[in-house]
Each structure stands twice: as C-alpha cells, then as structure tokens.
Ligand binder design. Sequence first.
Ligand code: PLP
Length: 390
Amino acid sequence: MNATITDFVGRPAVAPVSRVEAFIRANEFDRPTLVLDTKAVANQYHALKAGLGRAHIHYAVKANPAREIVEELVNLGSHFDAASRGEIELCLSLGAAPETISFGNTIKRASDIAFAYHAGITLFAADAEEELEKIAEHAPGAEVYIRLIVDASEADWPLSRKFGCARDKALDLLAMATRLGLKPVGFSFHVGSQTRRAEMWTTTLDQIAEIWHRAHAQGHQLTLLNIGGGFPAFYGEAIDHPTKYSARVMALVTERFGDVERVMAEPGRGLVAEAGMIAAEVLLVSRKSNDDAHRWVYLDIGKFSGLAETMDEAIRYQFITDRDAEPTGPCILAGPSCDSADVLYEKRPVQLPVGLKAGDRFIIRNCGAYTSSYSSVGFNGFPPLDVIVI
Ligand SMILES: *Cc1c(COP(=O)(O)O)cnc(C)c1O
C-alpha cells in the first residue's frame, strides 16, 4: 500500500508507471482522470511478445481504446481484436492494416459484418448457426474460427458463460461453415480475464486440445488457434513477469497442439492495465454511528465512472495516498453517485490511513484496463473519467 511496492516477484515497479505517478503528483485535477503512459504499453508489449514468440498479439481494443495506445501498438506491429464497427474504424483510422484486424465478437450486426468485409477484414469469430449464416451472406468466403465454451475458469473475472459453444457443437459448426462456402480455420477460447498463474490454463487447454484433435480426425484442416486473453495485471497478489508467464502458456500450448501454423493471443488487461493510474480525490470520510468499526470513505469516482470491475469485489485495486506512512484502519470504500450499488469494497474492507480526509488526493494504481471504456457518459451528473496520455 505504498509507492515502493514491487510489481512482480523480485522486480521493482516498472519505471514508466512511476512517470504516471510523478505526473499525477505534479498536477491538480478537477475530476477523476486516468493518466496513461504509452511507453509503459510498449514495454509491456515487448515483454509479452518475448514470451509469446511466434504467436501474433491481437490487442483486445475494448480494454482501452485510447487513440494513442492503438497508434503506439500499430507502430509496434501489433494486430487487433475488434468487437464492433466502431473499434474497427478506430484501428483503421490509426493505420492498422485490415488483414491485421480480427472481428472477434461472436454477436455481430449484419451491417457491421458487411462493413468489415468491404474494409478488407477477412477473419471472423462465430459460435452459432445464425452467426455463420450472417457471415456467409455478408462476408462470403471469409475465414472463420469457432469460439468454444470454457468450462471451469480459475480467473478473477471469468467470461465463460456468455460466449462460445460446446465442443460437440463446434464440430457441427465447422462442417456448416464449409457448406456455406466459408473457410473454417480453427478455434478460439478465453481462459477468463485476470488468470493469475500460467498453470491455471492447463485444464482449459486440455479441453480445447481434445476437440482440436477430434476435428483433425474428421478431416478439418485447422491452421489457427486463438488463445484469447487472460494475461494478468498486478493488483496486489504476486504474478509472474509477463515474459515468463506468456512463455509458459506457449509451452503448454505447444505440448498439446504441436506446431500450429497460426497462433493468436488477444491480451487486453495484460497489455494496458499497468500503464495507467487514476488521479481521484476523497470527497468524504465518515462513520455511520459513534461506535461504527469502519470508516466510510467516499471517492469522486465509483462503479459508474470507471471502477465497474469492482463488481462483486472481483478486481481489487491498490491505492496510493499522501499519508501512506501513517497507521491504517479498515474502511468501506464507495463512489459518489446516489445509487446504493455504488459501493466498491465492503465485504473485504480496505486498509487506509487513519488521517485520510476530504480533499485528499487518492491514486488508484494499475487501472489502465477496463476503466475509461466502462465509464458512463455521466451518471448522476458526475463527469465521466477523463483520460490524459503522457
Ligand atoms: C475481452 C477480450 C479479450 C481480452 O481479455 P483480457 O483478459 O483483458 O486479456 C480477448 N479476447 C476476447 C474475444 C475478448 O472479448
């Protein structure tokens, strides 16, 4: 809970993130502001790429669609996973080549498929018959990969239920894609966001490998394995260095799939979370009664203005205050809006300095992913998260 905490086991906080902290400390903010460092994104890209080797990185744009981040990644040679026409247009407008963009959402508007096809995008995801029909009609002859359900995710933010189809059904969809004149090239899955240890991928990879080999036995010449995202960020619990983590994941992939022609990885969080901090402010510290064991600390940012991932207290951010040398006590942390759901941490209270008071600066660490992109336009009149790129 202080600025000198280490980011990875045995490794001090990466210098570029300190640039963000220094910037926040040197400036005043009149609303919650996410400060991002594109150099930190570049460092993280190189670190992940070093472990991923021959796999292509397709940045999951939804994690943070800041133009400067996408532009930096285009320059680094990254590919992109886009979920909508808007994300595709963003990538194209910043110089990404259409053949480096995959349309990875399994729930696409027909007119968006047509738009993507005419823009030169050739790779689409699907997990249902109707989706294949839409793709065959609006992107004839395109390459498709079938998204599989992941049964048992050990991730802190699982994505398992909404996307993908069961493994037996995936075989039917491959056959159907061929009948429709599409090119079924492989499978995709998502192990679950914030999968903290590489070993947690094992069960999922076993499941995917079983169906991969069955598809081959049925004569499908699959060439593409899309391993999705899941690469973790540091939120207080030790994680491996990104190169070590991604190298281990690739070793687990190679053990099961051999030399697949094309491997795609789609990091979102793991690429951008540690590149940003939010400059926030304490609006009120109170107790509900004279013998209340906890203080309530209300911030100028909450669930609706950027901290949606505190839902169910799933993602536990780390904080920096100007009083981190003081003793601490347990606090319930809440946002400013008039909605009782806007409580960030209550089941597991957070330890904050006893002297914390209204007007204090409050820095939220490693929150470059899924904050600005989740912020409402201004629920309850509180301004949406501002973004500054340094
Ligand atoms: C959101 C998403 C990702 C990124 O996941 P992270 O856990 O943030 O790395 C990757 N692929 C798909 C299809 C996604 O929807």
